[in-house]
Design a protein around this ligand. Structure first.
Ligand code: ARG
Length: 252
């Protein structure tokens, strides 16, 4: 009888341990680094049949994969709306955000940013026969931006009326279908859209749109991870890996 009780106690203890492991995520979670992104931003992040991380592919996804490899963890992607990313980071739902995200002072109040790893600027995508040649030409035109992107803030600051869409691809469809005159979005993504759709061109205005830098966002409390990411990014920049990745994914 005593023996049986002992066995039972052991079994209960085991079950409890297993349950506890599962509840706290257990060992498995410790070996995972979760990146939040919004996979609607080629060539940085998009859904593909065979991505570098599961169904996710692009420059940022390759960077995330490499960060995971370097720190000995499996990189996982949580795909969500762009607007939800920083909140998810603050809630601890993800460990870092990699989303072609421009380092800006407002965001930097909420989260920490890594060293910059890519320089971009806002551009205007218009129909090939458009008369828009500079930002001020947008004044009386139908402007479309993507909700929460820096392009939206730029147009807002210029004081022009606009409509905001959730996805770049939706915005481009509006333009292709002649329902708007111009889409304001980041340069490399604009190149992709213009390459994939006939009859569009890019118009730049360096005076109206200053350059932007992309960084990886980390929770303010997680300075250790920020340091690790900075070290890895710096190495990737110095060794030319990021340039190679951006060339590879821009050509595709
Ligand atoms: N660079 C712009 C910004 O930070 C757009 C980023 C959009 N990224 C994305 N993964 N959807 O606002």
């Amino acid at each position: 009888m005593k023996k049986m009780m002992k066995k039972l106690a052991l079994a209960v203890a085991c079950v409890t341990t297993v349950a506890m492991f599962a509840a706290c995520g257990g060992k498995e979670e410790e070996n995972v680094i979760k990146f939040g992104t919004n996979a609607e931003f080629p060539p940085f992040e998009f859904v593909a049949a065979n991505g570098v991380i599961g169904e996710y592919d692009g420059i940022d996804m390759a960077i995330a994969k490499n960060i995971g490899d370097e720190i000995g963890k499996t990189a996982q992607i949580e795909n969500m709306e762009f607007d939800s990313l920083l909140l998810a980071l603050q809630n601890g739902q993800v460990d870092a955000v990699i989303a072609g995200m421009t380092i800006d002072p407002e965001r930097a109040e909420e989260v920490n940013f890594s060293v910059p790893y890519y320089t971009a600027k806002q551009v205007m995508i218009v129909k090939e026969d458009s008369t828009i040649a500079k930002a001020t030409d947008m004044a009386d035109k139908k402007i479309v931006v993507i909700q929460g992107y820096t392009g939206e803030s730029c147009v807002k600051e210029m004081g022009y009326a606009y409509e905001a869409f959730k996805k770049g691809s939706e915005a481009i469809m509006e333009l292709v279908n002649g329902k708007c005159d111009v889409v304001v979005i980041d340069s490399a993504t604009a190149q992709k859209y213009v390459g994939d759709n006939e009859g569009l061109k890019i118009v730049e205005d360096a005076e109206a749109f200053s350059s932007e830098e992309y960084g990886i966002a980390v929770n303010k409390k997680n300075t250790e991870l920020l340091e690790q990411i900075n070290e890895i990014l710096t190495k990737m920049i110095e060794e030319g890996t990021i340039n190679e990745l951006s060339a590879k994914y821009s050509e595709q």
